[in-house]
Design a protein around this ligand. Structure first.
Ligand code: MLT
Length: 413
């Protein structure tokens, strides 16, 4: 009989968001009358229609595929040149960052990229992960056999967890010990925290001194509202020698269903063999992409390119501003309800302290049972997420206002 990958048996509950959906489904089975009243602020999934620039580009590209003269089959696995150029130009070179077109790899999502990147790394690396954290970083390392068993108090043997708490502003400093890989996510999911240039510089300095590779997830970069805050790890001198950056069109262009993202692997970035020989990562990632991936569809890449037109940029800005308007409404409502609130200023997530005596799953049940609002319990992001819950600002304005009203009318103490 075929043997399974037993690492999967180490995984604790189901993946967080399907688990939340399962619990909501059970609630609705028991309370069918609540169905039309439920508002979902759990998973960070966009709700507003796609920017017109993307729609038009996608339609035109589909028409091209309908004509023999302009038909295209397989595209380049790492992305069409037109999109790699648009990304490198608008996201980096226009901002003074030297990223060449061929350092950009177009993909179908940052979740997949942050998971797939593990393919090109060995299985005996020491890995640092913030806690709380986007659960994909942890679960994919468990699946790949990079951890031991689940621990009693949460987490997995073998990973180095860096606590993110109100005391450190939910931004972990580099550890005292040496790690080979560290995951950073700014603006942060789930806490909404954003690292300053000085904080990122400390990480880059640490990485260069220790031969660490930083996985920098910047999927929410367009939510940064203060121009003094760094948008890219490559704004920090030396980061090309130690960092891979992940970006996505999901949360700025509303592409969660359309699927398009990219990963930047600088040409000179290297890891080592067991024997200590330096090996460049760019050719390994190219090899992995060309072997295991057939690229993002042509209409989708044209749609992503259109987000960089003048019209597209304005529409993306309007979309981000819309969700940030929701974030403001939700943040203020939680404050008025007497809750402690973080995030929601440079990120579409509001991170809220649970009232004394309630765990984060208690708050999940309370919000669902008393207000028909779905939130994400902080415990789902790691043991340091216990005591907090996350409210997503991805919603219609009407729903955000309704959630604000319900939050304020609930009895919290
Ligand atoms: C979240 O809610 O944390 C995100 O939607 C997850 C994701 O982007 O995959």
């Amino acid at each position: 009989m075929a043997r399974i990958n037993e690492n999967y048996l180490k995984l604790k509950a189901g993946y967080l968001f399907p688990e939340i959906s399962r619990r909501v489904r059970l609630f609705l089975e028991a309370n069918p009358q609540a169905a039309s009243n439920v508002i979902r602020c759990g998973i960070g999934d966009v709700t507003e229609p796609l920017p017109q620039a993307a729609i038009q580009a996608m339609k035109a590209a589909t028409d091209e595929l309908g004509e023999r003269s302009s038909f295209r089959g397989y595209g380049p696995e790492q992305g069409y040149d037109f999109l790699r150029l648009a990304i490198a130009q608008h996201e980096y070179r226009e901002r003074g960052l030297q990223i060449s077109d061929d350092e950009v790899f177009v993909s179908d999502g940052s979740k997949c990229d942050t998971a797939n990147i593990l393919d090109i790394f060995g299985s005996d690396n020491r890995i640092a992960i913030s806690d709380p954290v986007y659960p994909v970083y942890v679960d994919t390392n468990v699946m790949a056999g990079h951890t031991g068993q689940a621990l009693e108090g949460g987490g997995y043997e073998g990973l180095l967890y860096l606590p993110c708490t109100p005391e450190n502003g939910f931004i972990a400093a580099a550890p005292a010990e040496k790690v080979d890989i560290a995951y950073l996510c700014f603006p942060n999911n789930p806490t909404g925290a954003v690292a300053s240039k000085a904080q990122l510089k400390a990480w880059v300095d640490y990485a260069r001194a220790n031969g660490t590779i930083l996985f920098f997830d910047a999927a929410y970069v367009d939510y940064i509202s203060d121009p003094a805050l760094p948008r890219s790890i490559y704004e920090i001198e030396g980061a090309r020698e130690c960092a891979i950056e992940f970006r996505s069109f999901s949360k700025n262009g509303g592409f969660t269903g359309v699927r398009c993202a990219y990963t930047v692997v600088p040409a000179g970035l290297a890891g080592t063999t067991r024997g200590g020989e330096k090996v460049l990562l760019h050719p390994l990632w190219l090899r992995r992409s060309t072997t295991k991936f057939n690229g993002v569809s042509y209409p989708v890449q044209r749609a992503a390119q259109a987000l960089y037109s003048a019209q597209g940029k304005a529409q993306v800005r309007a979309l981000v501003d819309y969700y940030m308007g929701n974030a403001k409404i939700l943040r203020e409502a939680a404050r008025e309800a007497g809750l402690k609130v973080w995030g929601g200023e440079h990120a579409p997530y509001i991170w809220i302290g649970c009232p004394a005596g309630l765990s984060s799953w208690d708050v999940f049940d309370k919000m669902l049972g008393e207000a028909s609002v779905v939130i994400t319990p902080g415990a789902g992001f790691g043991s340091n997420g216990e005591g907090f819950f996350r409210v997503s600002a991805f919603n219609s304005r009407q729903n955000a206002e309704e959630v604000a009203k319900r939050l304020k009318s609930m009895k919290w103490s």
